[in-house]
Design a protein around this ligand. Structure first.
Ligand code: F6P
Length: 540
């Protein structure tokens, strides 16, 4: 049912009208325990949501909305492996990939955990052999580089995890090639030696144009240097599709399997994480899985009012629909989380960027807001001006690993201070009276003072979450990723949409094939044909 026809939705409108007149500073002034009251923690993650524009009444009604949209029922169906991805008749059981041995999951009626552990055992044995030097290249050299060739969910997750945990890499150096712009492959290969390079061709479908094109060129590069026989030693595949892997020329014996119940953007926990295991070792991959599993347990077991994904999902709903926030900004204060927003964009926008509900009817409300961001403090010098003083209000998630991942404690103190300062500034703002007093103290008076004031006023009252991690290690990273996965799910339930399909990416793929086909480009529209001809002319 549409959330807009629930009683809770109507109540939330009333709460929003009531709170529209109340500044966040006033909410803090009224309630000395606000920072403690609007905080929750799990798996080492601490969420401060006291800088959201809510009070107990609004939060209680958001929790009613979750009940009225049957969040508990959908969560049960998700974890039970029911075909929640109903347009493809598939379960979405990424939680099975991170459950410890002894915990059994069933997808669409079939037990899957034994197969999960069997594939992981093979991955770990393979990684151990590569990392120890037992398994070597065709010329007998140890593998020093691992190139993951994949795109979307077959790239973002492992690329981001390897960047986040880079200081702990103690195996072959991981590289990632995704773009069909051959510059990425070219620039990567230019820094590698064929005899020490292992390729992982990662594609759920093994039919993705970009991945096959990159893999083909990489294969040619290897064969040119080492001969055809080297392919079997230097190429492995990660896929659900053994026949296509074989057709590409990789022995399915060198394929690490995953399954149709693993969505691409939820697949980092599967064999898609092979590059992580090779670079960081099985123990760290285990820790990543353990953090995610702990968050799964929390999502299932914690009461809604202390449940991190539930709270974050509902606060997103509140900000988008009731406060009119223009977008969701995510700013990790951690250089090594530089790729986090890219991963999260696919997770959130490919999952919840939908215009019809589960029944296929057009939704009568917005779905996912634009999600964007980049690391602090760099972000402060790019778009924070807009966040503080632009007329549109954007909701911000600040993410801060507390412990420094480097030997410069003074710089970490500065990083922390900046993160806290930005959320405080967004919350409190600066009034005209404060600005006047400050300028007057600097000696400004009269018309000059009057003219200066409006430019220096900050409205404040701008919502944010702050999420603290003790440190950026595999366990807490796993928990962080699972938290956002489940937040995405919570919002999909409120919106009554299927977050596990992505039909919206198909049309562009079909048309790209049509443009590549001289017999069919004539059927394209006039603009596209003209551009194509102009490109042809510019090429000569
Ligand atoms: O972007 C569309 C998409 O289908 C994603 O969902 C997926 O992660 C990506 O392409 C790559 O797909 P594959 O792993 O099948 O190559």
């Amino acid at each position: 049912m549409s959330p807009t026809s629930t009683p809770a939705w109507q109540d939330l409108r009333r709460h929003a009208a009531r709170l529209a007149e109340v500044h966040l500073s006033a909410l803090f002034a009224r309630d000395p325990a606000r920072a403690q009251r609007f905080a929750a923690e799990a798996c080492g993650l601490y969420l401060d949501y006291s800088k959201q524009r809510i009070d107990a009444g609004a939060l209680g009604t958001l929790l009613h909305l979750a009940e009225q949209q049957d969040l508990a029922g959908w969560r049960r169906r998700l974890f039970a492996g029911e075909p929640v991805n109903h347009t493809e008749q598939r379960a979405a059981l990424h939680m099975a990939l991170r459950a410890p041995r002894g915990v059994s999951f069933v997808a669409n009626g079939c037990e899957v955990s034994a197969a999960v552990h069997a594939v992981r055992d093979r991955m770990y044995a393979f990684a151990a052999a590569v990392r120890s030097g037992e398994r070597r290249g065709a010329r007998g050299a140890r593998f020093e580089a691992v190139v993951n060739i994949g795109i979307g969910g077959s790239d973002f997750g492992p690329r981001m995890v390897c960047a986040a945990l880079a200081p702990q890499i103690d195996g072959p150096r991981p590289w990632f090639v995704a773009n069909v712009d051959g510059a990425e492959l070219h620039d990567t290969l230019a820094r590698l030696r064929p005899e020490t390079t292992l390729f992982i061709v990662t594609s759920k479908t093994f039919s993705t144009q970009e991945t096959l094109a990159n893999a083909q060129r990489a294969r040619e590069w290897l064969v040119a240097a080492l001969g055809e026989a080297a392919v079997s030693k230097h190429f492995v595949a990660v896929s659900t599709h053994a026949a296509r892997v074989a057709a590409f020329g990789i022995d399915p014996a060198h394929m690490f399997e995953f399954w149709d119940w693993v969505g691409g953007r939820y697949s980092v926990w599967s064999a898609v994480g092979l590059s992580i295991v090779l670079a960081l070792g099985p123990e760290r991959f285990d820790a990543l899985l353990a953090g995610a599993h702990a968050l799964d347990r929390h999502f299932v077991e914690a009461p809604a009012e202390r449940n991190l994904p539930v709270l974050m999902g509902l606060l997103g709903i509140w900000n988008t629909h009731f406060l009119g926030c223009a977008s969701q900004v995510v700013v990790p204060y951690a250089q090594r989380l530089e790729l986090f927003c890219g991963w999260l964009q696919q997770l959130e926008l490919e999952s919840n960027g939908k215009g019809v509900n589960r029944a296929g009817l057009p939704v009568d409300h917005a779905t996912t807001p634009v999600l964007w961001g980049s690391v602090g403090t760099n972000a402060q010098h790019a778009y924070f001006q807009m966040l503080h003083q632009g007329p549109a209000v954007h909701a911000v998630d600040f993410i801060l690993p507390v412990e420094a991942g480097h030997p410069y404690p003074e710089m970490q103190r500065m990083l922390v201070a900046n993160c806290l300062a930005q959320s405080a500034a967004l919350m409190r703002g600066k009034t005209a009276t404060e600005v006047r007093a400050e300028l007057a103290a600097q000696g400004l008076a009269g018309e000059a003072l009057d003219a200066a004031v409006p430019h220096r006023v900050f409205p404040g009252n701008r919502p944010s979450n702050t999420l603290l991690l003790p440190r950026l290690d595999a366990y807490h990273l796993g928990a962080l990723l699972a938290l956002y996965e489940h937040r995405t799910f919570v919002q999909s339930v409120i919106w009554d949409i299927n977050p596990f399909d992505q039909w919206g990416v198909e049309l562009g793929k079909q048309l790209a094939q049509q443009i590549l086909d001289p017999a069919r480009i004539e059927m394209m529209d006039a603009s596209t044909k003209t551009l194509y001809q102009r490109i042809g002319a510019m090429n000569h």
